[in-house]
Design a protein around this ligand. Sequence first.
Ligand code: UDP
Length: 334
Amino acid sequence: MARYLVTGGAGYVGSHVVLALLDRGDDVVVLDNFSTGHRAAVPDAAALVEADLADGRALAEVFAAWKFDAVFHMAALSLVGDSMRQPLHYIRTNLGNSLGLAEAAVRAGCKRFVLSSTAAVFGVPRILPIDEAAPREPVNPYGESKLMVEQGLAWAEGAHGLRSACLRYFNAAGADPAGRAGEDHTPETHLIPRTIMAAMGRVEPVTIFGTDYDTPDGTAMRDYVHVADLAAAHLAVLPRLEEGSVAYNLGNGAGHSVREVIAAVERVSGRAVPHTVGPRREGDPPVLVASSARIRAETGWLPRHDSLEEIVRTAWNWHAANPGGYAGRVAQAA
Ligand code: UDP
């Protein structure tokens, strides 16, 4: 049996990675400072360490207490808009914490490292779909911080034998099909959960950010990828690390517009989505679509929930069953 450390395991993508590991019988230690994650998102079967990654002593204790086959590093600041307002804070936190973690792993003899990276490392693409050869030219400090981490890890392979997999998520969406985990951000800024919450009447009407893009319906297009498929990719890359470090783009290879997302929520829910039209959001590229041909070819990874309808349905089910998010779950259990 293998044992893994998952930083940010109480967060959205992290909690789904934890479930995927537990489901196949692995041991999991979650490290989270709960700045955005939720205690109730961590299953009882996982060990939990509440600590900040900047706390070197706490990190050393974790690596002394357990021996890990790999580290999954999901803990990070991840909002593009915030990063534009606080670039130094974003870059220092994401870069410093990631490199500190990688150093601690190397010191403890753990040489496998899987990084949550992002499509934001590519900036505004010139060619679609975006494959791994596309130039990495971030247009915001969030993407810049992840690119810097990717580069640091690349240097660590030669010097320390640290094998890394940088997984560039496109738009993570949906929820655990079994209903055990889902998306719970405060405030919620992402399109799919906001649209669902607007349909449920829990937030004000959703605003479409820009209707003048050069796309078929004028709204921006994104590659929405199911969070359970993202989680599965983390497991799929582990054997590949035995040959060396890798970087993969993770999406479904299909773009969906903001209007298509609204229509999908209306179909799934049978309700109208109250919405308004507003200006473009600063820093938003018109279209982001991934080519995931490389990870498919090299690891056999295949998305299992690739229809927008299914992504939206699992998200809808999560929001319907958990009206107060994880906080509501705790209250229910009490
Ligand atoms: N979007 C929107 N209204 C919202 C939130 C998002 O029109 O209230 C658009 C946003 O401009 C982008 C897409 O939906 O084109 C996906 O945005 P999201 O914040 O979910 O993810 P991002 O692409 O920024 O990672």
